[in-house]
Design a binder for this molecule. Structure first.
Ligand code: NAP
Length: 293
C-alpha cells in the first residue's frame, strides 16, 4: 500500500560506506532524491561522490558528533551495523546504541520517516548477540512514534563470496549435506526495496532474492564461475554446533559474533518471499571477470 509519495526527498544514508550503502547512495540519487551521506571519514566516500549531495562526518557511537545530522532531512535510511569486526566495539555499541543515537537526532529534527535494515527471520536466530542488538533497536524504533519501515532481507551476495573464495582454494565446505535452503539477494535489489520504503506504509518488509537454492548449489555456482571442477566436503551439523560452543567459551564476542551468525544462517533453511532480479551466478561471474577473487 502506498503512502504519501515524496517525489524528491532529502535522504540521509547511514552506513553509506558499506556494501549495501554503496547501492543505497546510487539508488536514491538515481530516483532523484537529495542525498546526505554519513561517514566516519570523508575519504571513504571519494569513489561515490557522484551519488552524494552532502557528506556529514560523524561517528554514531559518539552522540556529540551527530548533532544536526538530520536537520532538513525527510527520511533516514540506516544500514549501520557490524558485519566484520574491526573496531573492538560490540553489537550493543553499534547496532543498538549507534542506531539509537541516530534515531534521537532524527526525532529531534522532525524527520518524517526512518528506514532501518535488520535481518530476515530474527525469531530463528534469537540467541545471537547481533540479532538481539538489532531487534532491541527495532523495538525502540517502534516505540519512538516516528513513521518507520524495518527492512528484513536475506543474506547478501557479498556474504556468498565466501563460497567463491573456497572454490578458488580448490575445495568448498558445506554443513550437513549442503541441503539447507537460502535465497540470497544482491545489494542493488535490497537498496531498491529500501528506497521504495520511503513511500510505503509497511512497518516491516521481509524478503530474499529471486532464486531459492541449497548451499551445495551455491558452491557449485562458484566452481562454475571459476570454470574449475567442483570439490565439496560435507561437515556434520553436530560438529559445527560443537565448534560454535567451543568458540563461544574460548573467545570474546568480537571473535565468535560473526562466526555464530554465519554458522547459524547456514545450518537452517533461511528463505524469504522472492524479490529482485539479480542472479548470484552472474554476480560470481562478474567477480571472477573483474579479478576481485
Ligand atoms: N551482509 C548480509 O548478508 C546482511 C543480511 C541482512 C542484513 N544485513 C544488515 O545490513 C546492514 C548492511 O550490511 P553490509 O553487508 O552492507 O555491511 P558492511 O558492508 O559491513 O557496512 C556496514 C556499515 O556500517 C558502518 N559501521 C560499522 N561499524 C561502525 C561503527 N562502529 N561506527 C560507525 N559506523 C559503523 C560501516 O562504516 P565503516 O565503513 O566506517 O566501517 C558501514 O558503512 C547491516 O546492518 C547488516 O547487519 C546484512
Amino acid at each position: 500500500m502506498y503512502a504519501r509519495v515524496l517525489l524528491m526527498a532529502r535522504v540521509l544514508i547511514a552506513g553509506a560506506t558499506g556494501y549495501l550503502g554503496g547501492f543505497l547512495l546510487a539508488e536514491a540519487k538515481e530516483r532523484g532524491h537529495e542525498v546526505r551521506a554519513l561517514t566516519r571519514s570523508e575519504h571513504q566516500l571519494s569513489g561515490a561522490s557522484a551519488s552524494i549531495d552532502e557528506v556529514f562526518v560523524g561517528e554514531v557511537t559518539k552522540p556529540a558528533t551527530l548533532v544536526g545530522i538530520a536537520k532538513d532531512v525527510d527520511v533516514v535510511i540506516s544500514a549501520i551495523g557490524i558485519t566484520r569486526q574491526k573496531d573492538g566495539l560490540t553489537y550493543e555499541d553499534v547496532d543498538y546504541q549507534g542506531n539509537a543515537n541516530l534515531l534521537r537526532e532524527a526525532v529531534k529534527s522532525g524527520v518524517r520517516k526512518f528506514v532501518y535494515v535488520s535481518v530476515l527471520h530474527p525469531e530463528k536466530m534469537a540467541s545471537l548477540k547481533v540479532v538481539q542488538a538489532k531487534e532491541r533497536f527495532v523495538r525502540e524504533l517502534q516505540m519512538s512514534g516516528i513513521d518507520h519501515t524495518v527492512i528484513r532481507p536475506n543474506g547478501y551476495f557479498s556474504d556468498m563470496l565466501a563460497y567463491l573464495k573456497m572454490a578458488k582454494s580448490g575445495r568448498a565446505f558445506v554443513f550437513g549435506r549442503g541441503e539447507f535452503l537460502i535465497n540470497p539477494i544482491s545489494g542493488r535489489d535490497v537498496a531498491a526495496k529500501c528506497v521504495d520504503a520511503i513511500d510505503l506504509d509497511d512497518p516491516e518488509i521481509s524478503f530474499g532474492g529471486p532464486a531459492t537454492i541449497t548451499h551445495r548449489e551455491i558452491a557449485q555456482q562458484a566452481f562454475d564461475a571459476l570454470g574449475t571442477k567442483s570439490k565439496v566436503t560435507c561437515i556434520p551439523v553436530p560438529f559445527a554446533k560443537a565448534l560454535l560452543w567451543l568458540v563461544r567459551k574460548l573467545t570474546p564476542t568480537t571473535v565468535y559474533g560473526p562466526l555464530e551468525f554465519s554458522l547459524t544462517v547456514i545450518t537452517t533453511d533461511m528463505v524469504g518471499p522472492a524479490y529482485g532480479k539479480d542472479s548470484l551466478g552472474d554476480f560470481f561471474h562478474d567477480e571472477v571477470a573483474r579479478k576481485h577473487i
